[in-house]
Ligand binder design. Structure first.
Ligand code: CTP
Ligand code: CA
Length: 225
């Protein structure tokens, strides 16, 4: 397949990538968060740019340098991420949701720092559901032929859970990886299987996150309508 500067197979395309992990604030100094570093999303943004795409990277709480030639939009919470993704997706040929989006957020935000009280136990944290951005953009394609890709980290029954998740979300491709010691969070490498809504299954051997990113763009390029 064509890739790299010589034959940029994503030239003239606009792709949106979300990366990192959302943080849901409890008070001005505390949040509920997750372990996503953003490295896989940044690798996707870099490789898409190298293949000629215009890239919008929606970055949630990452500590990585902005990739050259990529439009970076910083967000904090799931609600902010949703707004930024929906806006950027309006004219996108593909949307890749590599970000770890919090399923829930605290029902209440304390404007002042929550203080411990010596005379009683802490209050429980009440959570409410966040919108499912991937399901929303999959159901409501901003343009016909737009390709939507999700990511899923699973610990058990990886492929069966992945298939169910792909169907539930309604996306075209789901990159499923098993969460393990060397893999996924914060590491430079990844290993995955890319499941297609058409029944396809593309294994990606353990290797640099760039290699997985290239495979994702290969599969996306074939599907862009
Ligand atoms: N995702 C999203 N919005 C959410 C939660 C998840 O867009 N509120 C996206 C993620 O960016 C990822 C995909 O959905 O691309 C799968 O996320 P995952 O957490 O594995 O899926 P869930 O449906 O939340 O299932 P689980 O109960 O396993 O967390
Ligand atoms: Ca989730």
């Amino acid at each position: 397949l064509a890739r790299g500067a010589a034959q940029p197979d994503l030239a003239g395309r606009h792709v949106v990538v979300s990366a990192g992990g959302t943080r849901e604030p409890l008070d001005p100094v505390r949040f509920l968060g997750n372990r996503s570093s953003g490295k896989q999303g940044y690798a996707l943004a870099r490789t898409a740019a190298a293949r000629g795409a215009r890239v919008t990277l929606i970055a949630a709480n990452t500590a990585l340098p902005d990739p050259a030639g990529v439009d970076v939009v910083q967000v904090g919470t799931a609600l902010q991420l949703r707004e930024a993704v929906v806006k950027a997706a309006a004219d996108a040929d593909a949307v890749v949701m590599a970000a770890a989006v919090a399923d829930f957020r605290p029902a209440a935000y304390a404007a002042g720092k929550i203080k411990k009280k010596d005379d009683r136990e802490p209050d429980p944290i009440v959570l409410v559901r966040n919108p499912d951005v991937l399901a929303e953009i999959s159901a409501d394609r901003a343009r016909p032929g737009q390709v939507v890709v999700g990511f899923a980290a699973e610990t058990d029954d990886v492929l069966a859970n992945g298939r169910r998740k792909l169907a539930r979300k309604g996306c075209d491709l789901l990159v499923v990886n098993e969460v393990g010691e060397r893999k996924t969070f914060g590491s430079e490498e990844n290993e995955a299987v890319v499941l297609g809504a058409d029944g396809s299954e593309t294994p990606v051997p353990y290797g640099p996150k760039e290699a997985l990113a290239e495979t994702v763009w290969d599969l996306v390029t074939r599907r862009i309508g």
